[in-house]
Design a protein around this ligand. Structure first.
Ligand SMILES: Cc1cc2nc3c(=O)[nH]c(=O)nc-3n(C[C@H](O)[C@H](O)[C@H](O)COP(=O)(O)OP(=O)(O)OC[C@H]3O[C@@H](n4cnc5c(N)ncnc54)[C@H](O)[C@@H]3O)c2cc1C
Length: 436
């Protein structure tokens, strides 16, 4: 059973994912001087995706990870693979309809990159198709109807079904919901095994990865240098992919994303009969609240039940005590199911919920702030960063134009603001007010 997590340790937290990882990485720590075309800081999906795209195109690339590959949000998340790079309508409000079209296509592309990668590199990460958005009130249902209609108009390439109260019971053994929107193109997977598999693919193509190598300082300029305690990488370009864990590595990005804790519990493996009663289509599920419940079955039939239950920057004393009541409210059938793992991680949230892509000092680029919806978008962000290095900046330019608010002071000043904001939304959730 997983002991309570230790956020600061440089090894993986005691999650279900870490316990079932296919690869135990032991990439060396950086020591001495290295040279390359591009150095990537951060070994989550954003950094590893960029690394793989770069070496596929023949670049000499190095990745520096402070802990282990997949140690951050990428190795701890709900595993829900959902398309969409940014919420519909957000980009047109800022940059007009043409940019919205580009953003729409990016939303489809990010999911396809994940599926194609898994196929191309034969990554064993339990990919299953089937995703279910769940409604708790009429406002949610109206949003689903609009989403369904807009997908029909746009010629959305995957099957999407609007489910009423009776039909949703064919998808989920719970009385908690009044309807749903089922999407056959999205799904779920084992995120840590995906990340580790992609890193192995990159190394197979010549990338170099250094773990337990926190970057302490970046010297910008015509020939950037990226330093760790024991070494330095000289590169032509730098990619920053530390997201909610970047801290003050690059002071100009501190406070740009707000780190918010999200947490997951995993039950013991359930009987085949019970698993089929709870989620007969093996869908990944999510409700529509800001402080939402998200859940799915693992490949060995555990219920992985997640929620955002802490906004203060402090890990709850007992994740199990915080989340188990939520799980039992949805699935009272799990009253006797033992909780075997509990863990959490930091999500990088942006004030406007639009991912941040940008450039610092000419040759340093960053991508971050997927606001809780990053499994697929990070993969496209990695491609966009590799594209911009290769001279193609069409998609990068759309997002680099968006102005973002930055909270002064970075992490520790940011969280009280987030806590206040989330309190507001929790009250709206409690009153059943839809936020869209
Ligand atoms: C509990 C939880 C559940 C989630 N569920 C889902 C979900 O179901 N579906 C979904 O789409 N999204 C989900 N998300 C969000 C998703 O996981 C993230 O958006 C995504 O993984 C971000 O990837 P990343 O590579 O940008 O950052 P991370 O995966 O956090 O990686 C950043 C890495 O950078 C490293 N780093 C930071 N600073 C330095 C430095 N100075 N030197 C070297 N390395 C450094 C860190 O050690 C870390 O490994 C969830 C997130 C959490 C925490």
């Amino acid at each position: 059973m997983g002991a309570p997590m230790q956020q600061s340790a440089s090894e993986h937290v005691n999650s279900y994912y870490a316990a079932t990882r296919n690869i135990d990485t032991t990439y060396p720590a950086l020591a001495g001087d290295e040279r390359c075309d591009v150095v990537v800081v951060g070994g989550g999906f954003t950094g590893v995706s960029a690394l793989l795209f770069l070496v596929e195109r023949g670049y000499n690339a190095i990745l520096l990870e402070a802990n282990r590959v997949g140690w951050g949000a990428s190795g701890r998340n709900g595993g829900q693979m959902i398309d969409g790079f940014v919420e519909e309508g957000k980009i047109s409000k800022k940059l007009g309809p043409e940019a919205e079209q580009i953003a729409y296509r990016m939303g489809l592309e990010c999911r396809d990159i994940v599926v194609d990668r898994i196929d191309k590199y034969q990554i064993d990460c339990d990919l299953r198709f089937g995703y279910l958005d769940l409604a708790m009130n009429q406002g949610d249902m109206r949003n689903f109807e609009e989403t369904w209609e807009s997908k029909q108009r746009a010629g959305y390439p995957h099957e999407v079904r609007l489910l009423d109260a009776r039909e949703v019971r064919d998808y989920i053994g719970s009385d908690a919901y009044i309807g749903g929107l089922a999407n056959a193109g999205n799904g779920h997977l084992h995120p840590l095994n995906l990340c580790l598999g992609e890193a192995a693919a990159a190394v197979g193509l010549g990338a170099r990865i250094f773990e337990q190598s926190p970057v302490t300082r970046i010297h910008h300029g015509a020939s950037p240098r990226v330093e760790t305690a024991a070494g330095v990488v000289h590169a032509n370009k730098v990619l920053l992919a530390g997201n909610a864990y970047l801290g003050r590595t690059e002071p100009r990005l501190a406070g740009a994303v707000i780190p918010a804790g999200s947490y997951i519990i995993a039950t013991e493996p359930l009987s085949k009969e019970l698993a089929e009663e709870l989620l007969p289509h093996d869908s990944a599920c999510c409700d529509q609240r800001v402080a939402l419940d998200y859940f799915r079955l693992s490949a060995d039939r555990r219920m992985l039940f997640g929620g955002m239950c802490n906004y203060s920057g402090r890990v709850p004393k007992s994740i199990k005590a915080s989340l188990q009541p939520n799980m039992l409210a949805v699935f009272p059938q799990l009253a006797d199911a033992r909780i075997e793992y509990e863990w959490g991680g930091d999500i990088g949230i942006t004030m406007n919920r639009i991912p941040q892509l940008g450039r610092i000092d000419g040759n340093t680029y960053y991508a971050q702030g997927y606001s809780g919806h990053g499994v697929a978008p990070t993969h496209l962000a990695g491609k966009i960063l590799a594209d911009v290095i290769a001279g193609d900046s069409e998609q990068f330019d759309v997002f680099a134009k968006v102005r973002h608010l930055r909270l002064p002071g970075g992490k520790w000043f940011a969280n009280p603001a987030l806590a206040l904001g989330m309190l507001y939304y929790r009250v709206r959730d409690a009153l059943g007010i839809s936020i869209r």
